[in-house]
Design a protein around this ligand. Sequence first.
Ligand code: A2P
Length: 334
Amino acid sequence: MNPRAVAVAGATGVVGRQMLKTLEDRNFPIKSLKVLASERSKGKTLTFKGEEVPVEVLSEDSFKGVDIALFSAGGGTSKKYAPCAAKDGCVVVDNSSAWRMDPEVPLVVPEVNPGDIQKHKGIIENPNCSTIQMVVVLKPLHDAAQITRVVVSTYQAVSGAGSAALNELAEQSAAVLNGEAGGHSVFPHTIAFNCIPQIPQKDAFTENGYTSEEMKMVNETKKILGDANIRVTATTVRVPVFNCHSESVNVETVKKLTADQARALLRQAPGVIVEDDLDNQLYPLAVRATGKWDTFVGRIRDDISHPSALDMWIVSDNLLKGAALNAVQIAEYL
Ligand code: A2P
């Protein structure tokens, strides 16, 4: 790969920092690096490969001479600045949901639909974190047995809601353990020692009673797998876990796949690790998946209520495969 001029927009955020770390850890060939954030971060520096890089304020002119920009600074910021970047000849990999369902914009998980990358017109969308880790596991099952329906419940970490959310869980947990109520401002209810069936924390509910996060899982799964006939239903839940999303997934297929057959397929799947040894109480765990690039799957079993369905438990680092790593992998393809 020829070294590229790279920019990270939202570099001071939870995902932005992971983008920088992932570029560094994967030794992405970089000619020059710009780290961009809001006015609030003026004067700050971030460290990349041992060197201090000054944070620049994101503006319409930030992308002149930049080849690839990774965006994770919120939907409004992407909508405002990503088109400016694309106009200047930069390819944007956007982690917001601004254009995910736009038929003209590729929505890519490199293990699943890398061929869509080349269809871009300046912007490529990084999918929703919960969707990414699910589709890397669904892809080989769909290829082998044609998935007809997916029922998923998520157990999502607070890191997905940003740095303020991480602080809220830490401070609230300490307060509750000290017998205090602990206030909340990020989440709509106490997140410490609680589960909240509402993601995102603001303006979550759509007309059909689902949340927007749930509808992302429904719609993005179909787009990435390239099959509008797959029926998907989702319940997305925020749990008091700092990092890594876990998912209970039920998958119905046209052709019967046994749990053993599914395990064999998934052992060959790129980016997937099967952790499924009941005798040794081995199954995917959020605490073990944190910091890892793979998606972990286990508790794979034949659904006793259905002739052609499987149940499984899928865990991945939502900041890495669910966000930063997937974006950097797309950049590597570029
Ligand atoms: P800043 O740190 O200057 O506020 P998180 O969700 O983890 O808190 O991160 C959000 C990221 O998006 C941060 O890097 C934040 O920068 C950046 N950001 C938010 N709003 C803007 C904006 N209007 N312009 C540029 N960057 C923004």
